[in-house]
Design a protein. Structure first.
Length: 755
């Protein structure tokens, strides 16, 4: 019979015409379904799960046809059919037919099975060529011919006794099956076959098939050759066939989950559009593969995982198992429609990336890395994919025409991502699966953004906390955005806030008498002018000590004073340095963290009309009230604070910016033994005869110590780890007279502070 493109054929129809050959061409990959490292799990083989699916279908629907996807072929010359896609499935089915023949008891069925392995003409009058020609390499071709004629339809008995004896003497690998052992001990099996990956995999597959086919009988044999159907798709010519193969596959790689799931999801689908959509997606993922990839499989596999996670709202999901269930329940057509819809949504998202505002929001999530329309979201971590990409794909699918709504939703996803990332904001974080529910339950983008989540409106996920998506802060911002949208969004984009303005809102409520941070829900009206002033002060102050920001050079006095202010309000504590010696302690003086966001004193600073003088007054009061310069009862924390106080006020006298350096996250450090901090060992310890440096730590035996600046920076007013006057760099050259000069400068600084 002639085969027509897009038509479905049983195996008995595919393997039927006497002079037909179905050929696995030499550009194809090796057979790999018997390999245990290429299955959906690393401890199994694909042929095992493939057979389980067939047996399950037989048990549930043995009188119905089962469509196992399609094969791509080209025919040239006539009756020489070359496979470009589907060879793993078809080869496995052919091996199953061979093993069924060996165990079949019904003579009529044995005859039918044999006629699907090779024709009577080939067996009796020609060269005994089987219907399936494995031409990946000559050794595979010869082996398959002998396998069919000598083992499948021959009289070879399994060498059970020899096999048990070889195993007991540990002459063979524990994974060697009885079938494999028997075949390897035949006269027609050559040593060179041991080097052929396809043959090795076929032998493994045969052992699995033999164990799973026991006692299934005639009905299963009939089911396999008559009810299992394959769609036949003619790509017309060799060139096009090879191009399609390059797009979808690569030589020598094992089967991926996407290749395994394809025949399952397309199993009972008759409409050709789903197969065409699948091919289009494979082609797209090949064209948009990563630089280190030369196949589409990884991209297809990851995209399918995204789709199933969105649909099922599950963190971890076995998509092959799910696909089998869908095939059983005839629900795979609905899923295929959804998969295509999510693919269209992904393409829509990539188009939206031409918008600079959308690029900028994704850049925030992408750790500041620039993004463009060529971004590969597969490079994102699983956390970013789930908290950002999956909800965004679902949102775009439902509200694709609302461009502003998409942008605002993206901003909320950005906020939610940082709610999870920053420990202090986790009470606001909404799990991505709840967000998918919000999208499903909403009829507009506006409704999504203002959706209040509680156990009445959302289906609770076990052991997953449910916070309020539209909390008090979001309600306040929504009111303010009605008039000041552009300005509010500018504030939200500050790197410390990333969508969360609760700090700014709380700061407006702080009074000079406040000792605790207020609750924003207690205030109904927030004045924009007050908020604007606080934000301006925040940027003026905090951005001074961002390492990437050069504005500190423009306002050195405030940059110096604010660092000391942070130290005094407890943004950083002097203490033991991780992985360093217990001989010294230190503090990060120039490294910005988020602690200032939880300090009432900092909020009061932001409400000041003169932030520099507020800092100066606050720091002076702290120094005086705590007698910072009185080191009679020495402790290292007080000494470091005294040293930094002197350094800050002295640098301000000289109008220089105190250098930014925290030495490999060790910070300004001093020894707990006060005498180890002296400039001159023979003199008594005092502020005059002392120095702080930077901690050095090493976990590899290089030592832990406090180190000081080099000779070029020694005695500079802008250097933290240097004396105040002309103290010699070399210890041997230091004198008591030099200490006296140092004392004069220190006393003048103290006097200016305490006067």
């Amino acid at each position: 019979m002639n085969l027509s493109s897009t038509q479905e054929y049983s195996l008995s129809q595919l393997f039927s015409t006497p002079n037909r050959r179905i050929i696995i061409p030499d550009f194809q990959r090796d057979y790999c379904w018997g390999d245990k490292t290429h299955g959906e799990k690393h401890d199994t083989d694909v042929v095992s799960s493939f057979l389980d699916t067939l047996i399950e279908e037989f048990n549930n629907n043995q009188n119905s046809d089962v469509l196992l996807g399609k094969i791509d072929v080209y025919e040239h010359p006539k009756n020489h059919i070359y496979l470009t896609d589907g060879q793993q499935r078809l080869t496995s089915l052919y091996l199953i037919i061979g093993m069924l023949y060996r165990q079949e008891q019904d003579e009529g069925m044995k005859k039918r099975l044999k006629s699907s392995l090779l024709s009577d003409f080939e067996e009796n009058e020609d060269g005994k060529e089987p219907y399936l020609q494995y031409a990946v390499r000559e050794s595979t071709l010869f082996f398959l011919k002998d396998l069919v004629n000598e083992f499948f339809i021959g009289t070879v008995a399994l060498l059970e006794e020899n096999y048990r004896d070889a195993k007991s003497k540990k002459l063979i690998n524990n994974e060697e099956t009885l079938v494999s052992f028997t075949i390897k001990n035949q006269s027609w099996y050559f040593n060179e076959y041991d080097l052929d990956p396809s043959i090795i995999s076929i032998l493994s597959a045969l052992g699995v098939i033999e164990s799973k086919l026991k006692n299934l009988g005639k009905s299963f044999s009939e089911f396999i050759i008559d009810n299992v159907k394959i769609q036949y798709y003619d790509v017309k010519d060799k060139k096009h066939g090879e191009e399609r193969f390059v797009i979808i596959n690569t030589t020598g790689k094992g089967l991926t989950v996407s290749e395994n799931i394809k025949p399952i999801l397309l199993g009972n689908i008759k409409e050709n559009e789903f197969a065409n959509q699948w091919e289009e997606r494979e082609t797209w993922f090949w064209k948009n593969k990563k630089d280190n990839e030369n196949i589409a499989d990884n991209g297809v596999n990851e995209f399918l995982t995204w789709c199933f996670q969105i649909i099922e709202k599950q963190d971890e999901i076995d998509i092959v198992k799910k696909a089998k269930q869908l095939l059983k329940d005839n629900g795979n057509k609905e899923y295929l429609n959804q998969i295509q819809n999510y693919f269209d949504s992904l393409l829509n998202l990539l188009t939206l990336l031409e918008n600079k505002n959308i690029q900028r929001q994704i850049q925030f999530i992408n750790d500041g890395k620039e993004v463009g329309h060529k971004i590969n979201f597969r490079d994102f971590s699983k956390e970013k994919q789930q908290n950002f990409l999956l909800p965004l794909i679902a949102f775009i699918l439902k509200f694709e025409n609302d461009k502003e709504g998409i942008y605002q939703f993206l901003r909320r996803l950005r906020k939610n991502y940082f709610d999870q990332k920053w420990e202090d904001r986790k009470h606001n974080y909404i799990d991505w699966r709840y967000i998918l529910q919000i999208i499903e339950k909403s009829n507009s983008a506006e409704q999504v953004l203002s959706f209040e989540t509680n156990e009445r409106t959302i289906d609770k996920i076990q052991n997953v906390e449910l916070n309020n998506w539209y909390n008090e802060e979001e309600k306040i911002k929504a009111q303010l955005k009605e008039i000041y949208k552009e300005k509010i969004e500018e504030w939200e984009d500050h790197p410390d806030f990333m969508g969360d303005l609760s700090f700014v809102l709380k700061a407006t409520l702080v009074t000079n008498e406040s000792n605790e941070i207020p609750d924003i829900s207690s205030q109904n009206v927030f004045l924009f002018d007050n908020l604007d002033d606080i934000f301006k002060n925040y940027v003026t102050i905090v951005d001074l000590i961002r390492e990437e920001d050069v504005s500190a050079e423009k306002n050195p006095k405030l940059a110096n004073m604010f660092r000391l202010f942070r130290l005094f309000i407890g943004c950083d504590e002097v203490g033991h340095i991780y992985r360093a010696s217990w001989e010294f302690e230190g503090v990060l003086f120039s490294t910005l963290n988020r602690e200032h966001l939880f300090k009432v004193e900092f909020m009061k600073l932001l409400k000041s009309d003169d932030v520099l003088n507020y800092c100066i007054a606050f720091n002076k009061k702290e120094i005086i009230d705590n007698e910072i310069f009185n080191l009679t009862d020495f402790n290292v924390a007080k000494f470091i604070k005294a040293w930094l106080s002197l350094k800050v006020f002295y640098a301000n006298q000289k109008n220089v910016l105190l250098a930014f350096y925290d030495g490999n996250e060790t910070g300004v450090a001093a020894y707990i033994d006060k005498n180890r901090n002296k400039l001159i060992d023979d003199e008594e310890f005092s502020l005059t005869n002392s120095i702080c440096g930077f901690g050095v730590r090493s976990g590899f035996g290089a030592g832990n110590y406090v180190r000081y600046t080099n000779e070029d920076l020694w005695n500079k007013a802008n250097i933290i780890d240097s004396p105040f006057s002309a103290i010699s760099f070399e210890e041997k050259d230091r004198t008591k007279a030099q200490l006296e000069k140092n004392k004069e400068i220190i006393n003048s600084v103290i006097q200016s502070i305490c006067s």
